[in-house]
Design a protein around this ligand. Structure first.
Ligand SMILES: Cc1cc2nc3c(=O)[nH]c(=O)nc-3n(C[C@H](O)[C@H](O)[C@H](O)COP(=O)(O)O)c2cc1C
Length: 190
């Protein structure tokens, strides 16, 4: 089962808007997880890692090939993670890497599995240097009755080139600064 962490923001308490927040992220090499933790520090809420019933292979190339097949066939991998009382959340942050220039299949599973009507959806992304691809557009397509806010994207690792967790140390501090600027711009932080 995934670990769920619920608490108030640790940074500048009182600066986050009222309303229950859920932060759900998919992360293989922990770059997107680092972004999720920064958001959680400032906004609070419930932090949840998206885990699969059957994890992807450890091997990178095997994973790339499996994801390509899943994208071609529209296969939605079953999730181990279950969210209790999703209807109680007003704002849902969804974090994911770019995989094959698309939204990773497990995040497609998540967005298809629950009803996000009337909620605010806030995407965030890390990628290997090729950008968001179609990921943000797919989030909008899968949440037609939600208010999807401007997303956040940053360069993360490049597993293909042996770069795993990059968003740490000075890079995590830089990411925090740009994330806080973005959260203010989209009016999630005062
Ligand atoms: C299966 C797979 C496919 C990927 N495809 C892309 C891609 O199309 N474009 C890109 O910029 N990065 C791609 N990447 C790199 C990841 O987006 C990047 O390393 C990201 O920071 C990983 O996030 P994570 O550490 O949270 O797993 C891919 C990585 C994996 C594992």
């Amino acid at each position: 089962e995934s670990v769920q962490v619920t608490d108030e923001p640790t940074a500048k308490p009182g600066n986050a808007l009222p309303g229950k927040v859920l932060i759900v992220y998919l992360s293989r090499t922990n770059n997107t997880k680092a972004l999720a933790e920064i958001i959680h520090k400032h906004v609070g809420g419930t932090l949840v890692a998206l885990d699969l019933s059957t994890p992807y292979p450890a091997n990178y190339q095997a994973t790339v090939q499996q994801v390509a097949r899943e994208n071609e066939t529209g296969f939605l991998p079953p999730l181990k993670t279950k969210i209790d009382s999703i209807q109680t959340y007003e704002r849902v942050f969804v974090g994911f890497p770019t995989w094959g220039m698309q939204l990773p299949p497990p995040m497609k599973s998540f967005l298809r599995q629950y009803d996000f009507s009337g909620k605010t959806i806030i995407p965030f992304n890390s990628n290997g240097g090729y950008g968001i691809g179609s990921t943000f557009d797919t989030v909008k397509q899968l949440c037609p009755n939600s208010n999807v806010l401007e997303g956040f994207t940053i360069r993360g690792g490049s597993e293909r080139d042996g770069q795993l967790l990059v968003i740490q140390g000075d890079k995590a501090k830089e990411a925090e600064t740009t994330i806080v600027t973005w959260l203010r711009k989209i009016n999630v932080l005062k």
